[in-house]
Design a binder for this molecule. Sequence first.
Ligand SMILES: NC(=O)c1ccc[n+]([C@@H]2O[C@H](COP(=O)([O-])OP(=O)(O)OC[C@H]3O[C@@H](n4cnc5c(N)ncnc54)[C@H](O)[C@@H]3O)[C@@H](O)[C@H]2O)c1
Length: 489
Amino acid sequence: MFKQEKQMQITIIGSGYVGLVTGTCLAELGNDVVCLDMAADKIRSLNSGVVPIYEPGLDDLVVRNRKQGRLQFTTDTALAIEHGDVIFIAVGTPPQEDGSADLSYALSAASDIGRWMRTDKVVVNKSTVPVGTAERVHHAISIELSKRGIDLEGTNSSEGNTRLRCAVVSNPEFLKEGAAVEDFMRPDRIVLGVSNDALGQWALSQMRHLYAPFNRHHERTLVMSQRAAEMTKYAANAMLATRISFMNELANLSERLNVDIESVRQGMGSDPRIGYGFLYAGAGYGGSCFPKDVKALHRTGIEQGVAMQILSAVEHVNQRQKHRLLDKVIAQFGGDLRGHTFGIWGLAFKPETDDMREAPSRTVINGLLRAGARVQVHDPVAMETGQLALQEDLMDVPELWGQLSFHDDLMDAADGADALLILTEWKSYRSPNFQQLKSRLKNALIFDGRNLFDPQQMEQACFSYHGIGRVSRPTTPTTYPSASMATTD
Ligand SMILES: NC(=O)c1ccc[n+]([C@@H]2O[C@H](COP(=O)([O-])OP(=O)(O)OC[C@H]3O[C@@H](n4cnc5c(N)ncnc54)[C@H](O)[C@@H]3O)[C@@H](O)[C@H]2O)c1
Protein backbone atom coordinates (compact mmCIF):
# COMPACT_ATOMS: atom_id res chain seq x y z
CA MET A 1 0.00 0.00 0.00
CA PHE A 2 1.29 3.48 -0.92
CA LYS A 3 1.79 5.88 1.96
CA GLN A 4 0.58 9.44 2.33
CA GLU A 5 2.98 11.96 0.75
CA LYS A 6 2.30 14.49 3.49
CA GLN A 7 0.95 13.46 6.86
CA MET A 8 -2.48 14.88 7.69
CA GLN A 9 -4.01 15.52 11.11
CA ILE A 10 -7.15 13.40 11.36
CA THR A 11 -9.82 13.04 14.03
CA ILE A 12 -12.46 10.33 14.11
CA ILE A 13 -15.57 10.86 16.22
CA GLY A 14 -17.01 7.45 17.11
CA SER A 15 -14.63 4.48 17.42
CA GLY A 16 -17.00 1.61 16.57
CA TYR A 17 -16.75 -0.70 13.56
CA VAL A 18 -16.48 2.08 11.00
CA GLY A 19 -14.63 4.71 13.05
CA LEU A 20 -12.01 2.34 14.37
CA VAL A 21 -11.32 0.81 10.97
CA THR A 22 -11.21 4.24 9.30
CA GLY A 23 -8.91 5.74 11.92
CA THR A 24 -6.58 2.75 12.02
CA CYS A 25 -6.29 2.46 8.24
CA LEU A 26 -5.67 6.20 7.83
CA ALA A 27 -2.92 5.93 10.49
CA GLU A 28 -1.47 2.98 8.58
CA LEU A 29 -1.23 5.26 5.53
CA GLY A 30 0.97 7.58 7.59
CA ASN A 31 -1.50 10.09 8.99
CA ASP A 32 -1.60 11.34 12.58
CA VAL A 33 -4.95 10.08 13.90
CA VAL A 34 -6.92 10.65 17.10
CA CYS A 35 -9.99 8.45 17.64
CA LEU A 36 -12.60 9.80 20.03
CA ASP A 37 -15.39 7.86 21.68
CA MET A 38 -17.75 8.74 24.48
CA ALA A 39 -17.73 5.11 25.69
CA ALA A 40 -14.93 5.27 28.27
CA ASP A 41 -14.65 1.47 28.56
CA LYS A 42 -14.05 1.19 24.80
CA ILE A 43 -11.28 3.79 24.93
CA ARG A 44 -9.74 2.20 28.04
CA SER A 45 -9.69 -1.13 26.27
CA LEU A 46 -8.14 0.34 23.10
CA ASN A 47 -5.53 2.17 25.16
CA SER A 48 -4.56 -1.08 26.81
CA GLY A 49 -4.09 -2.64 23.36
CA VAL A 50 -7.32 -4.66 23.35
CA VAL A 51 -9.55 -4.19 20.29
CA PRO A 52 -13.16 -4.50 21.48
CA ILE A 53 -14.51 -5.90 18.18
CA TYR A 54 -13.55 -8.91 16.10
CA GLU A 55 -12.37 -7.79 12.69
CA PRO A 56 -9.70 -9.78 10.83
CA GLY A 57 -6.37 -7.96 10.62
CA LEU A 58 -7.44 -5.00 12.74
CA ASP A 59 -5.65 -5.92 15.99
CA ASP A 60 -2.21 -5.95 14.40
CA LEU A 61 -2.77 -2.61 12.68
CA VAL A 62 -4.00 -0.99 15.91
CA VAL A 63 -1.02 -2.28 17.89
CA ARG A 64 1.54 -1.24 15.26
CA ASN A 65 0.18 2.24 14.67
CA ARG A 66 -0.22 2.96 18.39
CA LYS A 67 3.35 1.88 18.95
CA GLN A 68 4.56 4.15 16.17
CA GLY A 69 2.66 7.06 17.70
CA ARG A 70 0.30 7.68 14.78
CA LEU A 71 -2.87 6.44 16.49
CA GLN A 72 -4.31 7.67 19.77
CA PHE A 73 -7.59 6.99 21.56
CA THR A 74 -9.32 9.47 23.81
CA THR A 75 -12.57 10.50 25.47
CA ASP A 76 -11.41 14.14 25.51
CA THR A 77 -13.65 15.89 22.98
CA ALA A 78 -11.86 19.26 23.08
CA LEU A 79 -8.46 17.67 22.50
CA ALA A 80 -9.75 15.49 19.67
CA ILE A 81 -11.43 18.36 17.84
CA GLU A 82 -8.42 20.61 18.24
CA HIS A 83 -6.27 17.86 16.69
CA GLY A 84 -7.92 17.17 13.34
CA ASP A 85 -7.83 19.33 10.22
CA VAL A 86 -10.15 16.68 8.83
CA ILE A 87 -12.76 15.38 11.28
CA PHE A 88 -14.73 12.24 10.47
CA ILE A 89 -18.13 11.64 12.03
CA ALA A 90 -18.55 7.86 12.32
CA VAL A 91 -21.18 7.54 15.02
CA GLY A 92 -24.19 5.21 14.99
CA THR A 93 -27.44 6.12 13.23
CA PRO A 94 -29.78 3.50 14.74
CA PRO A 95 -33.41 3.15 13.67
CA GLN A 96 -36.10 4.97 15.59
CA GLU A 97 -39.54 3.52 16.25
CA ASP A 98 -40.89 4.85 12.93
CA GLY A 99 -37.91 3.45 10.98
CA SER A 100 -36.17 6.79 10.45
CA ALA A 101 -32.48 7.12 11.28
CA ASP A 102 -31.75 8.57 14.71
CA LEU A 103 -29.47 11.50 13.95
CA SER A 104 -29.01 12.60 17.55
CA TYR A 105 -25.46 11.15 17.79
CA ALA A 106 -24.37 12.69 14.50
CA LEU A 107 -25.84 16.09 15.33
CA SER A 108 -24.40 16.00 18.82
CA ALA A 109 -20.98 15.26 17.30
CA ALA A 110 -21.52 18.24 14.98
CA SER A 111 -22.38 20.48 17.94
CA ASP A 112 -19.23 19.30 19.70
CA ILE A 113 -17.22 20.35 16.66
CA GLY A 114 -18.83 23.81 16.71
CA ARG A 115 -18.22 24.07 20.45
CA TRP A 116 -14.49 23.31 20.28
CA MET A 117 -13.13 24.16 16.81
CA ARG A 118 -10.62 26.99 16.70
CA THR A 119 -9.18 26.48 13.22
CA ASP A 120 -10.59 25.64 9.79
CA LYS A 121 -12.03 22.12 9.52
CA VAL A 122 -13.22 19.71 6.90
CA VAL A 123 -15.99 17.66 8.50
CA VAL A 124 -16.59 14.30 6.84
CA ASN A 125 -19.80 12.40 7.35
CA LYS A 126 -18.97 8.67 7.26
CA SER A 127 -22.11 7.58 9.08
CA THR A 128 -25.01 6.44 6.93
CA VAL A 129 -27.39 9.39 7.07
CA PRO A 130 -30.54 10.50 5.24
CA VAL A 131 -30.48 12.97 2.39
CA GLY A 132 -30.10 16.49 3.73
CA THR A 133 -27.98 15.57 6.77
CA ALA A 134 -24.83 17.35 5.52
CA GLU A 135 -26.79 20.62 5.62
CA ARG A 136 -28.04 19.83 9.13
CA VAL A 137 -24.52 19.03 10.33
CA HIS A 138 -23.26 22.32 8.90
CA HIS A 139 -26.10 24.17 10.60
CA ALA A 140 -25.47 22.48 13.99
CA ILE A 141 -21.80 23.49 13.80
CA SER A 142 -22.64 27.09 12.87
CA ILE A 143 -25.10 27.47 15.76
CA GLU A 144 -22.45 26.52 18.31
CA LEU A 145 -19.87 28.73 16.65
CA SER A 146 -22.17 31.74 16.64
CA LYS A 147 -22.63 31.31 20.42
CA ARG A 148 -18.88 31.87 20.61
CA GLY A 149 -19.00 34.92 18.35
CA ILE A 150 -17.52 33.01 15.39
CA ASP A 151 -19.05 33.00 11.91
CA LEU A 152 -18.59 30.41 9.21
CA GLU A 153 -17.29 31.44 5.84
CA GLY A 154 -20.12 31.38 3.33
CA THR A 155 -22.76 32.42 5.89
CA ASN A 156 -23.94 35.92 6.85
CA SER A 157 -21.45 37.27 9.32
CA SER A 158 -21.80 39.85 12.05
CA GLU A 159 -19.36 42.70 12.17
CA GLY A 160 -16.33 42.08 14.33
CA ASN A 161 -16.90 38.33 14.50
CA THR A 162 -14.03 35.94 13.81
CA ARG A 163 -14.50 33.82 10.67
CA LEU A 164 -13.60 30.17 10.21
CA ARG A 165 -13.88 27.79 7.30
CA CYS A 166 -15.83 24.59 7.76
CA ALA A 167 -16.98 22.40 4.88
CA VAL A 168 -19.06 19.25 5.27
CA VAL A 169 -18.23 16.34 2.97
CA SER A 170 -20.52 13.36 2.58
CA ASN A 171 -18.28 10.30 2.30
CA PRO A 172 -20.39 7.18 2.92
CA GLU A 173 -18.61 4.00 3.91
CA PHE A 174 -19.08 0.78 1.93
CA LEU A 175 -16.89 -1.56 3.97
CA LYS A 176 -18.20 -5.00 4.90
CA GLU A 177 -17.81 -6.25 8.44
CA GLY A 178 -15.55 -9.28 8.39
CA ALA A 179 -13.51 -7.81 5.53
CA ALA A 180 -13.46 -4.22 6.75
CA VAL A 181 -9.71 -3.59 6.68
CA GLU A 182 -9.34 -5.09 3.21
CA ASP A 183 -12.37 -3.15 1.93
CA PHE A 184 -11.12 0.13 3.37
CA MET A 185 -7.62 -0.34 2.00
CA ARG A 186 -8.85 -1.48 -1.43
CA PRO A 187 -12.08 0.39 -2.04
CA ASP A 188 -14.13 -0.23 -5.20
CA ARG A 189 -15.08 3.42 -5.14
CA ILE A 190 -14.71 6.48 -2.94
CA VAL A 191 -17.85 8.59 -3.00
CA LEU A 192 -17.30 12.24 -2.13
CA GLY A 193 -20.29 14.54 -1.85
CA VAL A 194 -19.30 18.20 -1.74
CA SER A 195 -21.07 21.52 -2.10
CA ASN A 196 -20.84 23.20 -5.48
CA ASP A 197 -18.86 26.25 -4.32
CA ALA A 198 -15.36 27.35 -3.34
CA LEU A 199 -15.73 25.78 0.09
CA GLY A 200 -16.68 22.47 -1.51
CA GLN A 201 -13.65 22.64 -3.82
CA TRP A 202 -11.36 23.40 -0.87
CA ALA A 203 -12.72 20.35 1.00
CA LEU A 204 -12.47 18.21 -2.12
CA SER A 205 -8.79 19.02 -2.58
CA GLN A 206 -8.07 17.91 0.99
CA MET A 207 -10.05 14.71 0.57
CA ARG A 208 -8.27 13.96 -2.70
CA HIS A 209 -4.97 14.36 -0.92
CA LEU A 210 -6.05 12.12 1.96
CA TYR A 211 -7.29 9.37 -0.35
CA ALA A 212 -4.50 9.72 -2.96
CA PRO A 213 -2.84 6.43 -1.91
CA PHE A 214 -6.00 4.56 -2.99
CA ASN A 215 -6.06 6.14 -6.43
CA ARG A 216 -2.54 5.39 -7.65
CA HIS A 217 -3.60 2.41 -9.75
CA HIS A 218 -6.70 4.04 -11.15
CA GLU A 219 -9.07 6.78 -10.10
CA ARG A 220 -11.71 5.47 -7.74
CA THR A 221 -13.21 8.76 -6.62
CA LEU A 222 -16.74 9.68 -7.62
CA VAL A 223 -17.54 13.31 -6.93
CA MET A 224 -21.16 14.35 -6.59
CA SER A 225 -23.45 16.52 -4.51
CA GLN A 226 -23.73 15.82 -0.79
CA ARG A 227 -27.35 14.77 -1.21
CA ALA A 228 -26.51 12.35 -4.03
CA ALA A 229 -23.73 10.81 -1.93
CA GLU A 230 -26.12 10.32 0.99
CA MET A 231 -28.67 8.71 -1.32
CA THR A 232 -26.04 6.49 -2.98
CA LYS A 233 -25.26 4.70 0.27
CA TYR A 234 -28.91 3.90 1.00
CA ALA A 235 -29.53 2.91 -2.60
CA ALA A 236 -26.59 0.46 -2.58
CA ASN A 237 -27.65 -1.25 0.66
CA ALA A 238 -31.30 -1.33 -0.37
CA MET A 239 -30.34 -2.99 -3.67
CA LEU A 240 -28.30 -5.70 -1.94
CA ALA A 241 -31.08 -6.34 0.57
CA THR A 242 -33.56 -6.54 -2.32
CA ARG A 243 -31.52 -9.23 -4.06
CA ILE A 244 -31.41 -11.28 -0.86
CA SER A 245 -35.15 -11.03 -0.18
CA PHE A 246 -35.91 -11.75 -3.83
CA MET A 247 -33.83 -14.94 -3.71
CA ASN A 248 -35.41 -15.96 -0.42
CA GLU A 249 -38.86 -15.61 -1.87
CA LEU A 250 -37.82 -17.58 -4.98
CA ALA A 251 -36.28 -20.26 -2.73
CA ASN A 252 -39.50 -20.69 -0.77
CA LEU A 253 -41.43 -21.12 -4.01
CA SER A 254 -38.76 -23.42 -5.46
CA GLU A 255 -39.12 -25.74 -2.48
CA ARG A 256 -42.81 -26.14 -3.23
CA LEU A 257 -42.10 -26.83 -6.89
CA ASN A 258 -39.30 -29.29 -6.15
CA VAL A 259 -36.75 -27.04 -7.84
CA ASP A 260 -33.24 -26.62 -6.46
CA ILE A 261 -32.57 -22.91 -5.87
CA GLU A 262 -28.84 -23.50 -6.28
CA SER A 263 -29.34 -24.47 -9.94
CA VAL A 264 -31.55 -21.41 -10.37
CA ARG A 265 -28.91 -19.17 -8.76
CA GLN A 266 -26.26 -20.39 -11.17
CA GLY A 267 -28.57 -20.06 -14.14
CA MET A 268 -29.45 -16.50 -13.18
CA GLY A 269 -26.02 -15.38 -12.05
CA SER A 270 -24.34 -16.42 -15.28
CA ASP A 271 -26.18 -13.58 -17.00
CA PRO A 272 -23.67 -10.70 -16.78
CA ARG A 273 -26.55 -8.26 -16.39
CA ILE A 274 -27.42 -10.05 -13.14
CA GLY A 275 -24.12 -11.45 -11.80
CA TYR A 276 -23.69 -13.94 -8.96
CA GLY A 277 -23.30 -11.56 -5.99
CA PHE A 278 -25.90 -11.54 -3.24
CA LEU A 279 -28.08 -14.21 -4.81
CA TYR A 280 -27.86 -16.68 -1.94
CA ALA A 281 -31.04 -17.85 -0.28
CA GLY A 282 -30.86 -18.24 3.48
CA ALA A 283 -32.32 -17.46 6.87
CA GLY A 284 -32.60 -13.73 6.16
CA TYR A 285 -30.22 -10.80 6.38
CA GLY A 286 -29.22 -9.12 9.62
CA GLY A 287 -26.46 -6.87 10.87
CA SER A 288 -26.27 -3.20 11.69
CA CYS A 289 -26.80 -1.91 8.16
CA PHE A 290 -29.30 -3.60 5.81
CA PRO A 291 -32.25 -3.76 8.22
CA LYS A 292 -31.91 -0.19 9.43
CA ASP A 293 -31.02 1.30 6.05
CA VAL A 294 -33.96 -0.34 4.29
CA LYS A 295 -36.29 0.96 7.02
CA ALA A 296 -34.77 4.46 6.91
CA LEU A 297 -35.07 4.76 3.12
CA HIS A 298 -38.62 3.49 3.30
CA ARG A 299 -39.36 6.11 5.96
CA THR A 300 -37.82 8.86 3.82
CA GLY A 301 -40.22 7.80 1.07
CA ILE A 302 -43.18 8.15 3.42
CA GLU A 303 -42.00 11.59 4.53
CA GLN A 304 -41.73 12.65 0.89
CA GLY A 305 -45.08 11.14 -0.09
CA VAL A 306 -43.40 8.54 -2.32
CA ALA A 307 -44.51 4.99 -1.56
CA MET A 308 -41.44 2.72 -1.61
CA GLN A 309 -43.36 -0.49 -2.17
CA ILE A 310 -40.38 -2.64 -3.09
CA LEU A 311 -38.63 -1.70 0.12
CA SER A 312 -41.59 -2.55 2.32
CA ALA A 313 -41.77 -5.95 0.63
CA VAL A 314 -38.01 -6.48 1.08
CA GLU A 315 -38.33 -5.81 4.81
CA HIS A 316 -41.46 -7.92 5.17
CA VAL A 317 -39.95 -10.89 3.31
CA ASN A 318 -36.84 -10.69 5.46
CA GLN A 319 -38.79 -10.70 8.72
CA ARG A 320 -40.68 -13.77 7.52
CA GLN A 321 -37.47 -15.45 6.36
CA LYS A 322 -35.89 -15.15 9.78
CA HIS A 323 -38.68 -17.48 10.98
CA ARG A 324 -38.26 -19.95 8.12
CA LEU A 325 -36.00 -22.40 9.96
CA LEU A 326 -38.23 -22.20 13.00
CA ASP A 327 -41.24 -23.04 10.83
CA LYS A 328 -39.41 -26.08 9.46
CA VAL A 329 -38.59 -27.28 12.99
CA ILE A 330 -42.20 -26.81 14.08
CA ALA A 331 -43.44 -28.64 10.98
CA GLN A 332 -41.30 -31.57 12.06
CA PHE A 333 -41.71 -31.54 15.84
CA GLY A 334 -44.91 -29.59 16.45
CA GLY A 335 -45.35 -26.27 18.23
CA ASP A 336 -44.66 -27.58 21.72
CA LEU A 337 -40.92 -28.20 21.86
CA ARG A 338 -40.69 -29.13 25.53
CA GLY A 339 -38.44 -32.16 25.97
CA HIS A 340 -36.55 -31.41 22.74
CA THR A 341 -32.99 -30.16 22.39
CA PHE A 342 -31.53 -28.30 19.42
CA GLY A 343 -27.93 -27.59 18.52
CA ILE A 344 -27.12 -24.25 16.89
CA TRP A 345 -24.03 -23.56 14.80
CA GLY A 346 -23.52 -19.85 14.34
CA LEU A 347 -24.68 -16.80 16.26
CA ALA A 348 -23.12 -13.84 14.40
CA PHE A 349 -25.20 -12.29 11.62
CA LYS A 350 -22.48 -13.32 9.17
CA PRO A 351 -19.05 -14.98 9.30
CA GLU A 352 -15.84 -13.20 10.31
CA THR A 353 -17.60 -10.88 12.73
CA ASP A 354 -18.88 -11.02 16.28
CA ASP A 355 -21.69 -8.58 15.47
CA MET A 356 -25.06 -9.80 16.75
CA ARG A 357 -27.15 -6.83 15.66
CA GLU A 358 -30.38 -8.15 14.10
CA ALA A 359 -28.80 -11.60 13.63
CA PRO A 360 -31.33 -14.23 12.43
CA SER A 361 -29.93 -16.59 15.11
CA ARG A 362 -31.62 -14.39 17.73
CA THR A 363 -35.05 -14.91 16.17
CA VAL A 364 -34.55 -18.67 15.90
CA ILE A 365 -33.08 -19.19 19.38
CA ASN A 366 -35.78 -17.03 20.95
CA GLY A 367 -38.48 -18.99 19.14
CA LEU A 368 -37.05 -22.36 20.17
CA LEU A 369 -36.64 -21.37 23.82
CA ARG A 370 -40.09 -19.82 24.06
CA ALA A 371 -41.60 -23.01 22.59
CA GLY A 372 -39.98 -24.92 25.47
CA ALA A 373 -36.86 -26.38 23.80
CA ARG A 374 -33.37 -26.62 25.22
CA VAL A 375 -30.77 -24.95 22.98
CA GLN A 376 -27.02 -25.62 22.75
CA VAL A 377 -25.04 -23.05 20.81
CA HIS A 378 -21.61 -22.67 19.26
CA ASP A 379 -19.96 -19.78 17.45
CA PRO A 380 -16.21 -19.45 16.78
CA VAL A 381 -16.05 -15.76 17.82
CA ALA A 382 -19.47 -14.39 18.80
CA MET A 383 -19.99 -16.22 22.09
CA GLU A 384 -19.52 -13.15 24.27
CA THR A 385 -21.55 -10.74 22.14
CA GLY A 386 -24.06 -13.56 21.59
CA GLN A 387 -24.58 -14.02 25.32
CA LEU A 388 -25.14 -10.29 25.79
CA ALA A 389 -27.61 -10.10 22.88
CA LEU A 390 -29.59 -13.16 23.97
CA GLN A 391 -29.69 -11.96 27.57
CA GLU A 392 -31.27 -8.77 26.28
CA ASP A 393 -33.79 -10.72 24.16
CA LEU A 394 -34.81 -12.89 27.11
CA MET A 395 -35.20 -10.02 29.56
CA ASP A 396 -38.96 -10.65 29.87
CA VAL A 397 -38.46 -14.41 30.43
CA PRO A 398 -35.20 -14.74 32.42
CA GLU A 399 -36.18 -18.26 33.52
CA LEU A 400 -35.53 -19.45 29.93
CA TRP A 401 -31.85 -18.58 30.25
CA GLY A 402 -31.31 -21.89 32.04
CA GLN A 403 -32.45 -23.74 28.89
CA LEU A 404 -29.61 -22.24 26.90
CA SER A 405 -26.00 -23.45 26.99
CA PHE A 406 -22.87 -22.19 25.21
CA HIS A 407 -20.20 -24.62 23.95
CA ASP A 408 -16.64 -23.94 22.84
CA ASP A 409 -16.57 -27.12 20.78
CA LEU A 410 -18.98 -27.34 17.85
CA MET A 411 -19.58 -31.06 18.37
CA ASP A 412 -20.54 -30.44 22.00
CA ALA A 413 -23.28 -28.10 20.77
CA ALA A 414 -24.69 -31.00 18.71
CA ASP A 415 -24.48 -33.52 21.54
CA GLY A 416 -27.75 -35.38 22.07
CA ALA A 417 -29.68 -32.82 20.00
CA ASP A 418 -32.88 -33.73 18.16
CA ALA A 419 -31.58 -31.64 15.25
CA LEU A 420 -28.77 -29.27 14.30
CA LEU A 421 -29.60 -25.79 12.97
CA ILE A 422 -26.98 -23.80 11.03
CA LEU A 423 -27.31 -20.03 11.11
CA THR A 424 -23.92 -18.59 10.12
CA GLU A 425 -21.77 -19.78 7.23
CA TRP A 426 -18.49 -19.94 9.15
CA LYS A 427 -15.72 -21.73 7.21
CA SER A 428 -15.19 -24.09 10.16
CA TYR A 429 -18.73 -25.46 9.62
CA ARG A 430 -18.23 -26.29 5.95
CA SER A 431 -16.57 -29.66 6.25
CA PRO A 432 -17.26 -31.16 9.63
CA ASN A 433 -16.59 -34.80 10.44
CA PHE A 434 -20.05 -36.05 9.46
CA GLN A 435 -19.54 -39.45 11.06
CA GLN A 436 -18.74 -37.83 14.36
CA LEU A 437 -21.60 -35.37 13.96
CA LYS A 438 -24.04 -38.20 13.33
CA SER A 439 -22.85 -40.07 16.37
CA ARG A 440 -23.25 -36.99 18.58
CA LEU A 441 -26.73 -36.01 17.35
CA LYS A 442 -29.78 -37.87 18.62
CA ASN A 443 -31.27 -37.70 15.12
CA ALA A 444 -29.24 -37.25 11.95
CA LEU A 445 -31.29 -34.19 11.11
CA ILE A 446 -29.97 -30.81 9.92
CA PHE A 447 -31.86 -27.60 9.21
CA ASP A 448 -29.39 -25.47 7.29
CA GLY A 449 -30.23 -21.76 7.13
CA ARG A 450 -27.10 -21.08 5.04
CA ASN A 451 -27.20 -23.91 2.49
CA LEU A 452 -23.68 -25.09 3.31
CA PHE A 453 -24.02 -28.64 2.06
CA ASP A 454 -25.06 -30.53 -1.02
CA PRO A 455 -28.43 -32.23 -0.39
CA GLN A 456 -27.52 -35.34 -2.39
CA GLN A 457 -24.27 -35.84 -0.51
CA MET A 458 -26.12 -35.37 2.75
CA GLU A 459 -28.62 -37.97 1.69
CA GLN A 460 -25.80 -40.36 0.84
CA ALA A 461 -24.32 -39.70 4.29
CA CYS A 462 -27.73 -40.68 5.69
CA PHE A 463 -28.68 -37.26 7.03
CA SER A 464 -32.14 -35.84 6.75
CA TYR A 465 -31.16 -32.43 5.39
CA HIS A 466 -33.37 -29.35 5.03
CA GLY A 467 -31.81 -26.30 3.43
CA ILE A 468 -33.52 -23.18 2.13
CA GLY A 469 -34.87 -23.91 -1.34
CA ARG A 470 -32.62 -26.95 -1.69
CA VAL A 471 -33.97 -30.25 -2.96
CA SER A 472 -31.89 -33.39 -3.32
CA ARG A 473 -33.57 -35.06 -6.31
CA PRO A 474 -35.49 -32.59 -8.37
CA THR A 475 -38.23 -34.43 -10.24
CA THR A 476 -39.72 -33.43 -13.54
CA PRO A 477 -43.16 -31.98 -13.01
CA THR A 478 -45.85 -34.03 -14.69
CA THR A 479 -48.06 -31.04 -15.50
CA TYR A 480 -47.04 -27.78 -17.06
CA PRO A 481 -48.75 -24.42 -16.93
CA SER A 482 -50.70 -24.14 -20.17
CA ALA A 483 -50.07 -20.43 -20.71
CA SER A 484 -47.36 -19.42 -23.19
CA MET A 485 -43.87 -19.14 -21.73
CA ALA A 486 -42.59 -15.67 -20.95
CA THR A 487 -39.76 -14.36 -23.08
CA THR A 488 -36.38 -14.28 -21.44
CA ASP A 489 -35.00 -10.91 -22.44
N1 LIG B 1 -20.88 -1.49 10.66
C1 LIG B 1 -20.78 -1.46 9.34
O1 LIG B 1 -20.47 -2.47 8.69
C2 LIG B 1 -21.04 -0.20 8.58
C3 LIG B 1 -20.68 -0.12 7.22
C4 LIG B 1 -20.91 1.06 6.53
C5 LIG B 1 -21.51 2.14 7.18
N2 LIG B 1 -21.88 2.02 8.49
C6 LIG B 1 -22.48 3.19 9.13
O2 LIG B 1 -21.49 3.82 9.93
C7 LIG B 1 -22.08 4.37 11.12
C8 LIG B 1 -21.38 3.80 12.34
O3 LIG B 1 -21.63 2.41 12.40
P1 LIG B 1 -20.83 1.45 13.38
O4 LIG B 1 -21.27 0.07 13.06
O5 LIG B 1 -19.39 1.79 13.36
O6 LIG B 1 -21.46 1.91 14.80
P2 LIG B 1 -20.98 1.52 16.25
O7 LIG B 1 -22.19 1.54 17.09
O8 LIG B 1 -20.12 0.31 16.21
O9 LIG B 1 -20.03 2.73 16.68
C9 LIG B 1 -20.47 4.03 16.92
C10 LIG B 1 -19.61 4.62 18.03
O10 LIG B 1 -19.85 6.01 18.13
C11 LIG B 1 -19.75 6.39 19.49
N3 LIG B 1 -20.38 7.70 19.64
C12 LIG B 1 -21.68 8.03 19.45
N4 LIG B 1 -21.86 9.35 19.61
C13 LIG B 1 -20.65 9.88 19.90
C14 LIG B 1 -20.18 11.21 20.15
N5 LIG B 1 -21.00 12.26 20.10
N6 LIG B 1 -18.88 11.38 20.44
C15 LIG B 1 -18.03 10.33 20.47
N7 LIG B 1 -18.41 9.06 20.22
C16 LIG B 1 -19.69 8.84 19.93
C17 LIG B 1 -20.41 5.23 20.22
O11 LIG B 1 -20.01 5.18 21.58
C18 LIG B 1 -19.91 4.04 19.41
O12 LIG B 1 -18.71 3.50 19.95
C19 LIG B 1 -23.56 4.04 11.03
O13 LIG B 1 -24.24 5.11 10.46
C20 LIG B 1 -23.59 2.85 10.09
O14 LIG B 1 -24.82 2.73 9.41
C21 LIG B 1 -21.63 0.89 9.21
